[in-house]
Design a protein around this ligand. Structure first.
Ligand code: CAA
Length: 246
C-alpha cells in the first residue's frame, strides 16, 4: 500500500486519536493540529509510548489564517497533504429557543467553516498531483436532526453538501471526497450528555451499545485506500443501526 501524508484535524480528540492511530499503523505519516500546547504534549507522549510519532502543529481550524498556516506547517514538516480528514468538531447543545448567536457561530465555524478553511489550502496541490483523499467526519445528527442540536445538525448536514459538491468538481483529478457519519461513539463528547438522556439514546441503538472510536477509524481508512478510487460523494453511516435512512 502507498504511504502518504495525512492531516487529521482534531486528532487529539476521541475519534481523532483513533483515526491518527489507525492511519499511522498503516504506515502513513500523520499530522494533526492543537490549540492547547500543554495538552497536546501529554497526548504526544501517550502516542509515542505506543510507538506512534505524530507531526503536531498549532492551528485553529475555525480561523482561516490559522488553518492555512497549519497546513503550510504540515507541508514543511511532512510533505504535501495527500489525505485530509476534516474531523475537528465541537458541540454547544441547547434547545434553539435558548441558543445564543455565539453558540451557533462557534459550532458552525468549527464544524463546517473549518472544511473551507482547511481544505482550500490543500485542494490545489491535490489537483496538481492528481491524487487525493478527503473525508468529512459528519454525524448521525446531521442526517436525522437532534433535539438540542440545531447548530450542530445544521453544520454536520452542511458537511455532506460540501462533500458531494467537491466530489463532483475533483473526480477527474484522482481525488475522492466522502463523508463518514458516526452515531453515538464512546468519547468525551458523548459522555458529556447527561447520563439519563444518554441512557435513553443508547436504548434506541439496535446493536445495543455505543460505538468504539476504532470502528469509525476503520471506515475512514477504507476511504483513503487506492482501491477505493471509484467511491466518491458517498456518506457512510456507522451508528449501530440507530438511523437507517438512505
Ligand atoms: N424529544 C422530545 N422531547 C425531549 C427530547 C427529545 N429528544 N429531549 C428532551 N426533551 C424534553 C424533556 O423531556 C423535557 O421535557 P419536560 O420539560 O416536559 O420534562 C424538556 O425537553 C427539557 O427541555 P429543556 O429545554 O429544559 O432542556 P435542557 O436545557 O434540560 O436540556 C438538552 C436540553 C441540552 C438538549 C439535553 O436534553 C441534552 O443534552 N440532550 C442530548 C443532546 C444530544 O444528543 N447531543 C449529542 C452530543 S454527542 C454528539 O453530538 C456526537 C454525535 O455526533 C452523535
Amino acid at each position: 500500500m502507498s504511504q502518504r501524508t495525512a492531516l487529521v484535524t482534531g486528532g487529539t480528540g476521541g475519534i481523532g486519536t483513533a483515526i491518527v492511530r489507525y492511519l499511522s499503523r498503516q504506515g502513513h505519516r500523520v499530522a494533526t493540529n492543537y490549540r492547547d500546547a500543554a495538552r497536546a504534549e501529554e497526548w504526544r507522549k501517550r502516542m509515542a509510548a505506543e510507538g506512534i510519532e505524530v507531526c503536531l502543529v498549532p492551528g485553529d481550524v475555525a480561523d482561516p489564517a490559522s488553518a492555512e498556516a497549519m497546513v503550510r506547517a504540515v507541508e514543511a514538516k511532512c510533505g504535501p497533504v495527500e489525505i485530509l480528514v476534516n474531523n475537528a468538531g465541537i458541540t454547544r447543545d441547547t434547545t434553539f429557543h435558548k441558543m445564543t448567536y455565539q453558540q451557533w457561530t462557534d459550532v458552525v465555524n468549527t464544524n463546517l467553516n473549518a472544511c473551507f478553511n482547511v481544505t482550500r489550502p490543500v485542494i490545489e496541490g491535490m489537483r496538481a498531483r492528481k491524487w487525493g483523499r478527503i473525508v468529512q467526519i459528519s454525524s448521525i445528527n446531521g442526517q436525522k436532526g437532534q433535539y438540542g442540536q440545531a447548530n450542530y445538525a445544521a453544520a454536520k448536514a452542511g458537511m455532506h453538501g460540501f462533500t458531494i459538491s467537491l466530489a463532483q468538481e475533483n473526480a477527474r483529478f484522482g481525488i475522492t471526497v466522502n463523508t463518514v457519519s458516526p452515531g453515538y461513539v464512546a468519547t468525551d463528547m458523548v459522555m458529556a450528555v447527561p447520563e439519563e438522556v444518554r441512557e435513553k439514546i443508547v436504548a434506541q441503538i439496535p446493536v445495543g451499545r455505543l460505538g468504539k472510536p476504532e470502528e469509525i477509524a476503520h471506515a475512514v481508512a477504507f476511504f483513503t485506500t487506492d482501491e477505493a478510487s471509484w467511491i466518491t460523494g458517498a456518506n457512510l453511516a456507522i451508528n449501530g443501526g440507530h438511523y437507517m435512512g438512505w
